[in-house]
Design a binder for this molecule. Structure first.
Ligand code: GDP
Length: 443
């Protein structure tokens, strides 16, 4: 199991944090003689990852000299074996000389460190916590182990930093982890956009592995093929479209078929008949893709029949991007499913957006950008008071989802959220995919 060590001077709340993280799992308190006596260990399940947690509290009496000497002596063994160190300070007390010495020593150990500013229940303490930036150990995570505030966030931050080992048994919060198996795509679009022709073309050119196999719904079928870069599964809802054709209006049916296909896919190929331009229904489908948080490639089919190609391409992508801010920078592929010309560009484009959709930005990079963004364009006044935004962290990928902390952060107006999302998109190269920004007020 990956080893996570909680270190810091006495009374910063290490044991409280230990108990929080271990939760109901039994703590194993070992009673070995010598330096390791009273060493407290437990297993904690953090966002689906099982870790061995070691609390260095109780070791502090072991060494006689200065406070820093005691901290160091008590942590040395544990830190040497650690995959990650949680260095705790007391946010209310601020950064003490012993904290500084210990931080300097810790930096030299070349271990991944998460700086935890505990006892940060309340805005003033959060401000103190931010002073801890000066320790050179990255962004301090303000939390209250006692009250449980910010602990879930800490758990994700820990999970993000663990070495890659087998994940623990399945757990809800694992949702954003990349599942095993083929990359799942769906080709959706209005009737006659050329979806079936495209699918046949793709399957005609690639080696088919399995298929057709039943999909997840009554009328969907799935086909898995390999283009030499790994397996891809296409969910085809052709059957569903046919049934709907009889029973429902065209408008309703292609949207409901799209919803089904969307739910099964990671990347959605939005197929358009380029000779017809963008129809309101195409936008409706694009909105669904955005709402479901899927990655998307805009596939402009029937390119053989398009006369002014440059103008058509521009008109279509402009229309999509102005209607849907989240589609800014969307990947556009033009081809003819009928002749096959250009179809070879589709799979590489799908893999590109899939990669972007799975992106992760480190908390350090994120906050360096965030500080600049705040400076360039400070948060607006709300009810006469300026919002104090503290820091940001990426809580999940697929699609990239960021959590913004600050005093009354939940009051951030839409326009400012858009400013931040656009900044994230540009700075971290996340074009054409939905980006989620969640707000979390600290008190
Ligand atoms: P679906 O309803 O989206 O599955 O569309 P189909 O694949 O059934 O295609 C609808 C019609 O468009 C058929 O008559 C196809 O031959 C035609 N079609 C499909 N792709 C192309 C293309 O790239 N160029 C042209 N000119 N016609 C196409």
């Amino acid at each position: 199991l990956p080893v996570v060590v909680i270190a810091g001077r006495p009374n910063v709340g290490k044991s409280t944090l230990f108990n929080r993280l271990v939760g109901r799992r039994q703590a194993i308190v070992s009673d070995q003689p010598g330096v390791t006596r009273d060493r407290k260990e437990g297993e904690a399940l953090l966002r689906g990852r099982l870790v061995r947690l070691i609390d260095t509290a109780g070791l502090e009496e072991a060494a006689p000299d200065t406070l820093f000497g005691r901290m160091r002596a008590s942590s040395e063994h544990a830190v040497a074996a650690a995959d990650l160190v949680l260095f705790c300070i007391d946010a209310r007390a601020g950064v003490t000389p012993a904290d500084k010495h210990f931080a300097a020593w810790l930096r030299r150990q070349n271990k991944p460190v998460l700086l935890v500013a505990n006892k940060a229940e309340g805005a003033a303490a959060t401000a103190e916590a931010l002073e801890a930036y000066a320790l050179g150990l990255g962004t301090p995570l303000a939390l209250s182990a006692e009250h449980g505030e910010g602990v879930a966030h800490l758990m994700s931050e820990i999970a993000d930093r663990l070495p890659d080992t087998a994940p623990a048994p399945r757990h809800d919060a694992e949702e954003d982890e990349r599942p095993a198996g083929p990359l799942r795509i769906a080709i959706i679009g209005r009737p006659n956009a050329g979806k079936s022709t495209l699918l046949n073309r793709l399957l005609g050119e690639e080696r088919m592995i399995t298929g057709p196999e039943p999909g997840l719904t009554r009328d969907a079928v799935a086909v898995t093929f390999d283009d030499g870069h790994g397996p891809i599964q296409v969910v085809d809802t052709a059957g569903m479209r046919k049934r709907a054709r009889v029973e429902e209006s065209l408008e309703r049916m292609s949207v409901s078929a799209s919803i089904e296909a969307l739910k099964m896919a990671e990347v959605v190929v939005l197929a358009l008949d380029a000779t017809l331009g963008v129809h309101e229904q195409d936008l409706q489908i694009a909105r669904l893709i955005e709402r479901e948080g899927r990655a998307c490639v805009l596939a402009l089919n029937k390119w053989d029949a398009v006369e002014d190609r440059a103008a058509t391409r521009r008109a279509i992508s402009d229309r999509i991007e102005t209607s849907l801010a989240q589609m800014r920078g969307i990947e556009v592929v033009t081809f003819s499913a009928l002749t096959g010309a250009g179809v070879d560009k589709l799979l590489p484009a799908i893999r590109r957006v899939y990669g972007i959709w799975n992106s992760r930005v480190t908390t350090g990079e994120l906050n360096r950008w965030f500080e600049e963004a705040l400076e360039r364009h400070p948060p607006p006044l709300v009810e006469g008071k300026r919002l104090k935004l503290r820091y940001m962290t990426q809580v999940k990928a697929r699609p990239p989802t960021f959590l913004l902390f600050g005093t009354r952060a939940e009051q951030v107006p839409e326009s400012y959220k858009r400013y931040l999302v656009n900044g994230l998109r540009e700075t971290f190269h996340l074009p054409g995919i939905p980006i989620r920004l969640q707000l979390r007020g600290t008190r």
